[in-house]
Design a protein around this ligand. Structure first.
Ligand SMILES: Cc1cc2nc3c(=O)[nH]c(=O)nc-3n(C[C@H](O)[C@H](O)[C@H](O)COP(=O)(O)OP(=O)(O)OC[C@H]3O[C@@H](n4cnc5c(N)ncnc54)[C@H](O)[C@@H]3O)c2cc1C
Length: 441
């Protein structure tokens, strides 16, 4: 008599970003339905390709094209749109906050933690009220509309304190996210001045504040200096070795005593592991990241895996110099770890040994606005147009799905053929305002 057929292993993936989506994509290709079911939980119905957010903010790419719909891409997985609130590994359950206050408990056999990171903040007065992060497509579009609507408001004002405040924009943090956000938004705003009779490019004041003595730690010091020089050539004020001490009400005071007022503060001063991990019984390091072994298993647990910004994964390419080195939070590691994680998970389900993750950080490419860039990849250093071109070709090649690749290339082609779109869709920020006004009369 044949034995009872084992039911498929329930794999639950927390987070549908880089690691979550790429892992699920590979698992759905490799595993048969009889072997396992894969569930992906994320509050958003899409993965966000974050390196393209600055271009989405600048209007070079349609915002919808920098996100990848999870349900369309992960056809053989279950997609749950909800926010993970708790993990009880001792009971093998995940608690998920769904829409409308409804709570669900999901059981799993195998868990993948891919919850990414959030902005790392500091106790600076005014930061919570005045700061904007730059990690989601909503924030990128908000900032685009916000910058353009400050210009709309300032255009009908006589010169004075209020106008200067509207036309002053500050970015805090000089990593790739901050530099690209600053460079793309400044480029867009300068281009937009041609449509404002009363605003000259020199009326705009862009400020970068960085606490260390250099920008873009992902590229060589020489390329960091080059980046600062290019930004300063454009009139951007770069403060290195400087902290923001206060930003209450938008009145900014820097540690060197400089003061100015602004309506726009972009906070890109680093990331920390998703704080929801504190609501789990997974082991974490002193930085709140899930502790992993080099094969991406969570230390001391069976059937739990983790990768990406939320995980402390040993960096085997550096362990000779520093035995405690862990991989930096980057898309470069996230994508490769996802591939290794999926392969290891399949191997362990099929009774084979998982392999360690090893990747030597290749360097970085960054766009500094249209036709401008900086690149330092495998020791090859490029500047200006070649770097910008490399940035575009590299990222479009990495963008998941042919559909998204094609749409982005079409966006770029249209942007070459026609003038840049620099209209503020400020109404998106308050969609009910018009109707509320009409209804109140
Ligand atoms: C503007 C910008 C530019 C960047 N440019 C580069 C670059 O050029 N090169 C590079 O290597 N890296 C770059 N990065 C970094 C890179 O995008 C990240 O390192 C990468 O996204 C990490 O992948 P991840 O899967 O760990 O996290 P994410 O991709 O952030 O995915 C985490 C997922 O978890 C979800 N989530 C959050 N909370 C919950 C919850 N409670 N329950 C369920 N799901 C949840 C989120 O919605 C998200 O989908 C950039 C980042 C930014 C913000």
């Amino acid at each position: 008599m044949a034995g009872k057929k084992a039911s498929p292993t329930k794999i639950v993936i927390l987070g549908g970003g880089y690691v979550g989506m790429y892992t699920a994509l590979r698992l759905q290709a490799k595993l048969k339905a009889a072997e396992a079911s894969v569930t992906v939980i994320d509050p958003q119905p899409h993965m966000t390709y974050q390196p393209f957010l600055p271009e989405a903010a600048a209007g070079s790419i349609e915002p919808r094209h920098v996100v990848v719909p999870l349900r369309r891409t992960l056809k053989r997985c279950h997609v749950v749109t909800g926010r993970v609130a708790k993990v009880e590994h001792d009971k093998h359950t995940v608690t998920v906050d769904m829409a409308e206050g409804h709570v669900e408990k999901l059981e799993y056999d195998v868990l993948v933690a891919a919850l990414g990171s959030v902005a790392r903040t500091l106790p600076i007065p005014g930061l919570a009220d005045q700061g904007n992060s730059f990690k989601t497509v909503g924030e990128a579009i908000f900032l685009r509309n916000h910058v353009l609507s400050r210009m709309d408001d300032a255009s009908s004002m006589a010169d004075g304190e209020r106008r200067r405040r509207l036309l002053t924009f500050m970015v805090v943090g000089g990593g790739y996210a901050g530099i690209e956000a600053l460079a793309e938004l400044e480029d867009m705003a300068r281009y937009a001045t041609r449509y404002y009779k009363t605003i000259k490019p020199s009326d705009l004041q862009w400020i970068l504040v960085e606490a260390t003595n250099r920008v873009m730690p992902e590229v060589s010091p020489r390329m960091g200096v080059y980046t600062v020089e290019r930004l300063e050539e454009r009139g951007i004020k770069v403060f290195l070795d400087t902290r923001v001490d206060d930003m209450t009400g938008g009145d900014v005071r820097l540690s060197d005593g400089t003061t100015f007022a602004t309506d726009t503060i972009v906070w890109t001063a680093g990331v920390k592991a998703n704080p929801v991990l504190a609501e789990t019984d997974l082991p974490r390091d002193e930085r709140g990241r899930v502790r992993c072994t080099a094969d991406l298993r969570v230390e001391g647990l069976t059937g739990v895996w983790a990768a990406g910004d939320c995980a402390a994964v040993p960096d085997l390419s550096k362990t000779e110099q520093d035995p405690n080195a862990t991989c930096s939070p980057s898309a470069q590691h996230a994508v490769r770890q996802a591939k290794q994680l999926a392969d290891n998970l399949v191997a362990s389900l099929r009774g084979r040994q998982p392999a360690p993750y090893r990747h030597k950080y290749a360097g970085s490419v960054a766009s500094l606005g249209l036709y401008k860039g900086v690149a330092d990849v495998y020791g090859i250093k490029l500047k200006g147009f070649p770097a910008w071109f490399m940035h575009r070709t590299y990222h479009v090649s990495r963008m998941p799905t042919f559909n998204r690749k094609a749409r982005i290339v079409i966006d770029w082609t249209l942007a070459l053929l026609f003038r840049r779109e620099v209209i503020s869709m400020g109404q998106l920020q308050e969609p009910k305002a018009e109707f509320a006004r009409a209804a109140s009369k």
